[in-house]
Ligand binder design. Sequence first.
Ligand code: SF4
Length: 319
Amino acid sequence: MTSSESETAAPRPRHPEKAHRPDQASPRKPAWIRAKAPTSREAAEVRRLMRDKKLATVCEEAACPNIGECWKRRHATFMILGETCTRACAFCNVRTGRPDALDPDEPDRVIESVAAMALKHVVITSVDRDDLADGGARQFQRCVAGIHAAAPGTTVEILTPDFRDKAGALETVMETPPEVFNHNLETVPRLYPSIRPGARYFASLRLLQRAKELAPEVFTKSGIMVGLGETREEVLQVMDDLRAADVDFLTIGQYLQPTRKHAAVDRYVTPEEFEDYARLARAKGFLLVSATPLTRSSYHADRDFEALRAARLDRLRTA
Ligand code: SF4
């Protein structure tokens, strides 16, 4: 490419695989979906630290509606393994394509940032890295081990990919168990081919079950989005499947369409329906449930960790 060509070349689309799809129109957002912009002083500090450390957050990459609130509380979710995902889920705003080589210094920068932010509870997630032999499992393990060593009072929650077809990956992660192991089912199994085509529902369930088998003391957690066309019965079946896999904590939130090339919102689930889901999930035996329109896996994760611990103690006392 000549320099004049490179000057005029169009920027690479964030989701090249979706660029030629027809636009999808979602219904107008209801009053109960309110996003606050990250304009506080604390949010500016979080942003500066992330830029300084050359780290990404899923808060920004996924265009999370809670960023204003979370960053004001200095609660951010680190996104490791680079910024480019090898999958192309229909709901996700994270950049897709061919990722850069793995950065061996990334765990150190995460560990330094956790210390700089004086976090009591940290959430670490990642892009999918199907190109790596271990799917990025060792990088997760290095982050958890490093934080536990550098800040023994800090609890760690990881939200991992499914490590599909990566033998031994979960075992690598669980060499140094985090306090919370999270893997999202994202939606009901019927919608996997259109919403999460690179994944398999029962493989994700099995990952959660296996994490609990490998480290029974670790809290396991999973979440789904609603408003994608699922039925109430399907959501209740997912709850049963997660309980059968011994999952402790369920999150349910409203799907929001990141761009017009992503899957359209089928409908906005009302706050009352969320309350109904929460009530039913509690009755099915989850230790903790968060089900509100703006619930995201990492929303209030620090407070929820304390609630999880308390709920476990309570259950042990009454057992
Ligand atoms: S809910 Fe999670 S992803 Fe969204 S802003 Fe808060 S910490 Fe970030």
